[in-house]
Design a protein around this ligand. Sequence first.
Ligand code: PMP
Length: 303
Amino acid sequence: MSNIAYFEEAFVPIDQAKISIKTHAFLYGTSVFEGLRAYWNPETKKLCVFRAAEHYARLKNSAKILRMDFDKTVEDLLKITQELLEKNNFQEDTYIRPIVYKADCKIGPVLLNNTDRLCMFAVPMGDYIDTQAAIKLSVSSWKRIDDNMIPARAKIAGSYVNTALAKTDAVLNGFADTIMLDDRGHVCEGSAMNLFLVKDDRLITSAITDNILEGITRDTIIQIAAKELGIETIERSIDRTELYFADEVFLCGTGAQISAAGSIDHYQIGTGQIGSITKKLQDIYFKLVRGEMPQYSNWVLTI
Ligand code: PMP
């Protein structure tokens, strides 16, 4: 069975979901997107889409920044997602990519008077980065884009060139991922994931005013750390050297899930292995995203 995509208000085989080379979004990076995961639960034989409503609320905010005329509601988007997954009949962990894009064939970057369209596809996906072993990270020499350049708070396709430069440089230098600083030298986030430190049994994560995407996994971790482990999170600016002195550091995101740092810039973090608090959070996270914690069932859309 061919993979089915949502394109121009219809479900079509993905090979037919094609845009022109003159499309504004292709010419100028003027699309916004989300990345969602649907986890396969082998017991219930159902897919569990994690915090879909929150992803779609963020998609609508990203669209607002690009002055898009995007009238689909969160409920419309949930319905399309459900239908897309049903049509593809995946029985494994899946990644869903909705995109809202400036669809007219127009030269000139202005964001006005353009048709804003939704498309969506889904593909099977396992780990994006290692979650079973601690990974090697660097601090990137590429700076994170600032709120007054391209806001990191919105998931705008064009801004991922910043991500791509940093991640590629890290990979070429033998690191699994990289940590980006802003122009003032504060820690922002990983290439496409948020970051937490563990220090003296407390969590510290960059403030939302420090040029980060306000991650849904970040929010999930703040909530489960408090409710399940009684650990509070401090949201504040983080200096680079605080990373090296932390007891534990981990990255988190829909793609990354929860991935521990073994070293940063070749400085060993903690024991160099997955730390005990990171491990506890991973155990809880992987249960709850598969719909195995009924107290969080409002976060899981079962299909
Ligand atoms: N920061 C960036 C730049 C990202 O691309 C992502 C992935 N969406 C995240 C953080 C993590 O966000 P979330 O937990 O909502 O996936």
